[in-house]
Each structure stands twice: as C-alpha cells, then as structure tokens.
Design a binder for this molecule. Structure first.
Ligand code: DOR
Ligand code: ZN
Length: 348
C-alpha cells in the first residue's frame, strides 16, 4: 500500500483568490502547496484591462507570505467591449496568461459578462492568432434551460460552434461537471481541455439536497447526478492530458452563503490537494495524480511543469471548520471542515 508520494509541485488552474481582506486570509493556503494559480478576474470591479491586471498582480504579490515563490497567473475578464489590442498587449507583456469568459449573470460577479457572442469574435480571432488560452464558464443561462442542463446546452449551442469557427483557439472548459461534458472534452481534445474541482469528484446532488439543504455545497455549475460524478472521477484519474486540476476554491463570508438568495462557491484551498489524493487513492490511481495535478495543466497552457516537488503522506488530520477573515470580522466556512482526511501534504 502506498503511504507516501512525491510529485512535481502542482498548479491550480482555476482559483478565486479574491481581493483585499479576503485575499490576505485565503492566499497562504494556496501559496503553500501550489506553484502557480490561474486567478479568476470576477472581482468587484472585474479585472478588465491590462492596467487592472497589473494592479491586481501587484496586490497579490504584496499579500504573499514572505519568501513565497508562488506565481499568480492573471486573467482578463471578457466583456462585450473588450479591446483586442489591450488583450494582446497584456499577453505579450506577460500580464495576462488567458482571457476568461462568463456568460452574463451565470455566477458570482458575472453581471458584466458576455451578452452578445458576435461582439467577442474580434477578441477570439486575436487570441487564436497569438496563441492565447480562452477559459470559459460553460453554462447557458437562458430561462428556458434547466439549471442541470446548462453545461450541455452551452457545449451544444456555443462551444462547438466556437471551436469550429476558431480551430486554432485553445480552450479550457472550466470546472467540468457532467458526463456529457466529459464525453465532449474527450472528443474535442487537444483543442479543448478541462479543469476538474475536488468537490465535483466527491459530491452528487443527493449529498447537496437529499438530506436537508446544504448551502455550503451550492456552486456554479451545480453538483449533478451520481453518474456525472463517476464520469468525472474516471476522467480525472485516467491520466489523459485534457483533464487537469482546478480547485475553483471560492471563499464567501457566511452571511452571503446563508442569505435569502445564497451565493455559489466552495472554499476548498485548505484541503484541496489532500482531497484529490484521497479520490485518486479510492480509485486505485495514485500513480496518475502527478499527471492530473502537475503535468497536464502546464501542457495545455504551453508552459513548463514546476521544477520542485511536494510530498503527501498517509497521515490523518482534521480540516478546520472555518477561516477567520481579519478586517472583515467575518468567517468563511471551509470545505470538509471538521472532517478527517487520511492524506496530508507534509513537505512543500
Ligand atoms: O461557485 C462558483 N463560485 N462558481 C463560479 O463560477 C464563481 C465562484 C465565485 O466567484 O464565487
Ligand atoms: Zn470559478
């Protein structure tokens, strides 16, 4: 039985590291384990221009624990009016790693997202030309589309046409959540890759809603059926290059999670890597953990893997229940808080 595993240092290809007090609270959890992270731009206000990107990167670097080598990778929030020249300059100058698209009103802070797909084609054409990655929140949020079908409908109505119109554009289907999506990404690789969260690998909608309503399991895209969870576990642990780690760790103050209209997001950074290790062990695929966590992501982004390593050991520990957010006088609940996990990151 494997009880200790050393892998190249992983990266988080989908992270909400937030801003200001919340960022200062949650950043150390990610910076401890991960070498790099794709930082989502859905701040208030969003990271829309190269100037916004430079300022955001500075704020993250200033908040890092002393001596940390963690590298934030900044993304540009796509709107109907994004300027292709600004995106290209941001990419060439090493500010923007990628562009992120939220369909308007699909999730947290997405009100300024895309409403008119014809208007963004100039930006997509430019990204295709300069080899810049396009990250998509793949959900079709029209009122006639059931919330559990949003991913499939987006793939059919938007993503497939986009891949055909821009065959050289490399895409990330963010937080893949359905069997339909798994089958699609396999068929569209290597043009399309997908990040997979720890919670879509662990939970189904019966966990979320079947034994009382658990607001801390509410995310976008919503947790789906058991068949979807199983397909995602098979994909993540397969070693296939199109599937890679992206935690979607997204802290919110308790009051926002429990409001009359609750907000989507699960804060999992304190136990993300350990949760992935647990899932890979359960599937008998610990030998594929490094590909998923540390190799496939950089490959899809055209980057080198990290040079150093981390070590995980089979050693039980209890996940803290909540994170205190200094300054906000708030708490953010932690995924699996109070539960015991058998794996621990012991060297990083
Ligand atoms: O659950 C989610 N939370 N999904 C997203 O797409 C956004 C995120 C957030 O920012 O809270
Ligand atoms: Zn996200």
């Amino acid at each position: 039985m494997t009880t200790r595993i050393t892998i190249k240092r992983p990266d988080d290809w989908h992270l909400h590291i937030r801003d200001h007090d919340m960022m200062r609270a949650c950043l150390p959890y990610t910076a401890r384990v991960f070498g790099r992270a794709i930082c989502m731009p859905n701040l208030i206000p969003p990271v829309r221009t190269m100037a916004d990107g430079v300022a955001y990167r500075e704020r993250i670097l200033a908040a890092l624990p002393k001596g940390s080598k963690f590298k934030p990778l900044i993304t540009c929030y796509l709107t109907d009016d994004t300027d292709p020249d600004d995106v290209e300059r941001g990419h060439r100058e090493g500010v923007f790693t990628a562009v992120k698209m939220y369909p308007a009103n699909a999730t947290t802070n997405s009100a300024a997202g895309v409403t008119d797909y014809a208007k963004i084609e100039r930006v997509l054409a430019r990204m295709e030309k300069i080899g810049m990655r396009f990250l998509i929140h793949c959900e079709e949020v029209r009122p006639d589309v059931d919330v559990f079908d949003r991913e499939a409908r987006f793939i059919e109505d938007r993503l497939i046409p986009m891949t055909r119109k821009f065959p050289g554009l490399r895409i990330v289907h963010e937080h893949l959540s359905s069997k339909f999506g798994v089958d699609y990404v396999r068929s569209a690789a290597p043009q399309v890759g997908a990040s997979i969260t720890p919670y879509h690998l662990e939970l189904n909608r019966t966990d979320w809603l079947g034994h009382g309503n658990r607001p801390y399991m509410y995310v976008a895209p919503v947790i789906k059926r058991e068949a979807d969870r199983l397909a995602l576990r098979d994909a993540a642990t397969s070693g296939e290059a199109c599937f890679f780690l992206g935690t979607d760790s997204a802290p919110h103050p308790i009051a926002r999670k429990l409001a009359q209209v609750g907000i989507p997001g699960i804060f999992n950074a304190p136990c993300a890597m350990e949760t992935y290790a647990k899932v890979f062990e359960e599937e008998g695929k610990l030998d594929k953990l490094e590909a998923f966590a540390s190799l496939n992501g950089p490959k899809h982004y055209g980057l080198h893997p990290n040079a150093d390593t981390i070590t995980l050991e089979k050693r039980s520990w209890t996940v803290p229940v909540a994170m205190k957010v200094e300054g906000l006088d708030e708490l953010a609940m932690i995924y699996k808080g109070g539960e015991t996990i058998a794996w621990q990151v012991v060297e990083c």
